[in-house]
Design a protein around this ligand. Structure first.
Ligand code: GAR
Length: 206
C-alpha cells in the first residue's frame, strides 16, 4: 500500500514511521510521499534523508480552505495514496478530502480522545489543558479522520500517568515517546494488512 504522510512541523511521528519501516514493522505498506503544509518544515528533511519523495503545498498560497483542500486532494490522488496519515498536520481539511479518502485517513492526537480534542486543541496547547484540568492520566489516540474534527472511529490509544512536576513540554515529550511513536506505526501496519474493521463509529482489530 502507498502511504502518504501529511506534516506541518518537526516530523517526529514521521520519523517513528520511517524507523518502523526500516525495522520491517510496517507490513504490506511503504511511505511513498510526504506532503507538508509548511515550506522548510524539518519533517521534509527527514523524508529527503530517507529517499522519500516530498511535496510542499503551502497553506498561505491558497485563499480559503476549500481551494487548499482541493490541492491536497489532487496531490493525494496523483500519489495514488492507499493510506493518508496526518502526522502533526495542523490544518483541518474540508469534506472533499474526507469523501475521497473515507476510511483511508488516520490522525495521531496527543491526548485520550474524547478528552482534550477538537478545534483549538493541538500541539502544546493540549498538554497545557491536560495539566490545568488535573487529570491523572493522559496519552495519545490514533483515529480515522472524518468530517468532525478528532471524532472519527478510534483505532488505538495508550495512556500514561501525569506527574505532579510535569510541564507542558515534559508531558509532550513523554506522550510522544511512550505513546504516539508506538501506536501510530502499529495502527499503520494494521491498516496496511487490512486488519482494521470499521463498524459505525468503532473499530475492531481482526
Ligand atoms: C504531535 O504531538 C501530534 O500528536 C500533534 O502535534 C505534534 C506533532 O509533532 N498533533 C496535533 O496536535 C493534531 N491535533 P511531530 O511533527 O514531531 O510529529
Amino acid at each position: 500500500m502507498n502511504i502518504v504522510v501529511l506534516v506541518s512541523g518537526g516530523g517526529t511521528n514521521l520519523q517513528a514511521l520511517i524507523d518502523a519501516q526500516k525495522r520491517g514493522e510496517i507490513k504490506n505498506g511503504r511511505i511513498t510521499c510526504v506532503i507538508s503544509s509548511k515550506p522548510g518544515a524539518y519533517a521534509l528533511e527527514r523524508a529527503e534523508k530517507n529517499g522519500i519523495a516530498t511535496r510542499v503545498i503551502p497553506r498561505k498560497d491558497y485563499d480559503d480552505i476549500h481551494t487548499y483542500t482541493k490541492a491536497v486532494k489532487d496531490a493525494l490522488l496523483e500519489e495514488k495514496a492507499d493510506l493518508v496519515v496526518y502526522a502533526g498536520f495542523m490544518i483541518i481539511l474540508d469534506s472533499q478530502v474526507v469523501e475521497a479518502f473515507a476510511g483511508k485517513m488516520m490522525n495521531v492526537h496527543p491526548a485520550l480522545i474524547p478528552s482534550f480534542c477538537g478545534k483549538g486543541f493541538y500541539g502544546l496547547r493540549v498538554h497545557e489543558a491536560v495539566l490545568q484540568s488535573g487529570v491523572k492520566l493522559t496519552g495519545a489516540t490514533v483515529h480515522f479522520v472524518t468530517e468532525d474534527c478528532d471524532a472519527g472511529p478510534i483505532i488505538a490509544q495508550k495512556a500514561i500517568p501525569v506527574h505532579d512536576d510535569d510541564t507542558p513540554e515534559s508531558l509532550q515529550k513523554r506522550v510522544m515517546e511512550q505513546c504516539e511513536w508506538k501506536i501510530l506505526p502499529q495502527a499503520v501496519s494494521l491498516f496496511c494488512q487490512g486488519r482494521i474493521k470499521i463498524i459505525g463509529n468503532k473499530t475492531q482489530i481482526i
